[in-house]
Write a protein that binds this ligand. Structure first.
Ligand code: 8YV
Length: 328
């Protein structure tokens, strides 16, 4: 008789190939309806599973973790960001946490560029004008936006995604600036012709476009506070494909309403899935429903990472994408 398969609870619907493989390998419980779990359902999963596979829509906080059953040894997050999980408490309770880094880097960087182009070049306004039948023909002074070529891009968080954005933006003729906890290696800086700013405040005041690529941690919550947002130039644009919590959303809305900022491209929001209705009323914004990594290829690769993490762990080895509290 073979080894007993681990009970794996997957909280949301994943690509079919991923679910099928998981069913082959593990005693997998799927969520056919894809309805997000309630906190009570999440607790039930934590009580009965050996492994839970949550997503960004599951809040695994101290209260949920305190009710985990004795068999739960791994939370294999389907996602890169782990701000939905209290990693420290999980670790203290002997529960490992893994994520899916690397496989959504390029997709998220692409979406960042899409927003970086869409806002200054007024893509939404143009699409809307056609949809409303408001186009009477070409005009030399109609629908003018701003070019990004030759502009300064300030990247906050120069990890995998920040660097992937920098590579793209460089090819679009932007000059690359960045702020990061640690300076990146010289060869990376040289390849990107990137300028490092130790002081985020100093960088913000000089940039034409600012793009957020740091994780959401207690240390980065409202990193772009009301005070810092005020440092931005009036004609600057801000793009966020990381986490809404990094920006004080109310302060951002106030600046946009008063035209103290040129515009914003947002794929993430502070209180997802709620989107502040004031944002939708603004003309100088492009809003997307957390689609940064939403490609079929990426989602399948995320699933493959989850499977490798579970399999490695169950075989008694250290899973490749283990997240430790010290990394956050
Ligand atoms: C994912 C993300 O779709 O991986 C992340 O950190 O923000 C998203 O792109 C989501 O987290 C899935 O759980």
């Amino acid at each position: 008789m073979g080894k007993k398969k681990p009970v794996v609870v997957v909280t949301r619907k994943l690509p079919e190939v991923v679910e099928t493989r998981m069913r082959e390998l593990f005693e997998t419980r799927l969520n056919e309806s894809d309805r997000p779990y309630t906190q009570a359902e999440l607790v039930e999963a934590m009580r009965t599973a050996d492994v839970v596979v949550p997503t960004v829509t599951d809040r695994i906080d101290g209260a949920v973790l305190s009710q985990a059953g004795p068999n739960l040894k791994l939370i294999a997050n389907f996602g890169n960001g782990v701000d939905n999980i209290d990693v420290l408490t999980a670790n203290n309770r002997g529960i490992n946490v893994t994520n899916t880094p690397g496989v959504l880097t390029e997709d998220t960087a692409d979406m960042t560029m899409a927003l970086m182009l869409a806002v200054p070049r007024r893509l939404s306004a143009g699409i809307q004008a056609l949809a409303n039948n408001e186009w009477s023909g070409w005009s030399p002074t109609w629908m003018l936006g701003h070019r990004i070529w030759g502009k300064r891009l300030g990247i906050i968080g120069m990890g995998r995604i920040g660097q992937a954005v920098a590579r793209r933006a460089k090819a679009f003729g932007m000059s690359i600036h960045y702020h990061n906890r640690r300076r990146v290696p010289t060869d990376v800086e040289e390849a990107l012709e990137a300028t490092y700013w130790e002081s985020l405040d100093q960088m913000l005041a000089r940039m034409d476009v600012v793009s957020v690529h740091c994780p959401h941690t207690p240390g980065t919550f409202h990193l772009l506070s009301a005070r810092r947002l005020k440092l931005l130039k009036k004609d600057a644009y801000i793009v966020n494909t990381a986490r809404g919590e990094v920006i004080d959303e109310n302060a951002l809305i106030r600046l946009l309403e008063n035209n103290e900022l040129a515009g914003a491209g947002l794929d993430v929001f502070e209180h997802e899935p709620a989107v502040n209705p004031k944002l939708a009323q603004l003309e100088n914004v492009v809003l997307l429903p957390h689609m940064g990594s939403a490609t079929i290829e990426g989602r399948i690769e995320m699933g493959e990472k989850v499977i490798i993490n579970i399999k490695t762990f169950m075989d008694g080895h250290r899973p490749p994408d283990r997240v430790l509290p010290s990394m956050l």
